[in-house]
Design a protein around this ligand. Structure first.
Ligand code: PXL
Length: 277
């Protein structure tokens, strides 16, 4: 197996089981060297805690990038998640063009919205900049809400295949090559992920669990990135990530009251086994 190095750009929420605190262990568990570039440091995530601290690290980015260039440090893949500011998005664009090896895989999880709403702190200026970044990605990994913001489409909770096809067409017209479209549910009790690769649609459907957890988008995108970089096809990586995320949600449901994140740690052995199969 060839040893790969991934850069992941997203925040550290000290408490909250999201972003870098899940991306580092999950991608590492896939057998891939994982380098973090923190976009911001928060005491907790923004989804339900009150009075969180937020240290924006945008201004540190140019020096970090140029140091890597001086040292000849380049990445096999670059995966971005929650970004701390609109200005930061243009630095991340520069990282895509300067800090990747030849053939570097660029993945963008436009982590900015869910359940029809933008996360606290984001505005339409941020959304516009995110559209440009998505246009530069090999893979974008949105949920339905994020896809709607990125394509100026009305958000629907129930929809059909025509609605999904329209979103896929609009997303790829931003310029991104492939879409891993998460949380797509056509039937009560079921959900799944659409893999739209070079214009070809495929779908992995699975059970919809009654409980949902904060941070599962980050768990999913991290596992997808790790499995893809380890050489799985996009469909197999999407399936591995979905099965693992489901397991994390099941684990979390065992303890009522664990509201702020998903217990991803106890199922890492399943992910490791699936990636090495
Ligand atoms: O899980 C996405 C995420 C990441 N980072 C921060 C967040 C959120 C979602 O609320 O607040 C800081």
């Amino acid at each position: 197996m060839s040893y790969k190095r991934v850069l992941t750009v997203q925040d550290i929420s000290c408490v909250g089981q999201c972003s870098l605190t899940v991306a580092l262990p999950i991608i590492s568990a896939c057998g891939v060297e994982t380098c973090p570039l923190p976009s911001a440091v928060l005491s907790t995530h923004t989804g339900g805690f009150k009075g969180f601290t937020f240290r924006d690290l945008t201004d540190d980015m140019p020096d970090i990038m140029s140091h890597w260039e001086k040292e000849g440090l380049y990445f096999d893949a670059i995966y971005t998640g929650y970004l701390g500011s609109t200005k930061q998005i243009s630095y991340v664009s520069d990282i895509f063009s300067k800090n990747g090896k030849d053939g570097c895989i660029k993945l963008v999880d436009p982590a900015m919205a869910d359940h029809g709403k933008l996360y606290t702190g984001f505005d339409m200026e941020f959304v516009s900049a995110m559209k440009v970044l998505c246009g530069k990605a090999d893979y974008v990994i949105p949920n339905v809400t994020e896809a709607c913001f990125l394509t100026d489409t009305e958000y629907k909770e129930t929809y059909d295949r025509a609605y999904v096809d329209l979103l896929l067409e609009k997303l790829t017209s931003l310029g991104c090559k492939n879409v891993i479209f998460t949380g797509i549910s056509y039937e009560k009790g079921k959900t799944g992920v659409v893999v739209y690769k070079n214009g070809v649609y495929s779908y992995y459907e699975h059970e919809m669990l009654p409980n949902s957890c904060h941070g599962t988008g980050d768990i999913y995108a991290s596992a997808f990135t790790g499995a893809l970089v380890r050489g799985k096809t996009a469909f197999d990586a999407a399936k591995i990530a979905a099965d693992y995320t489901l397991e994390c949600i099941r684990e979390t449901a065992k303890e009522a009251g664990h509201w702020y994140g998903a217990k991803f740690e106890t199922s890492l052995s399943k992910l490791i086994a699936d990636v090495n199969e």
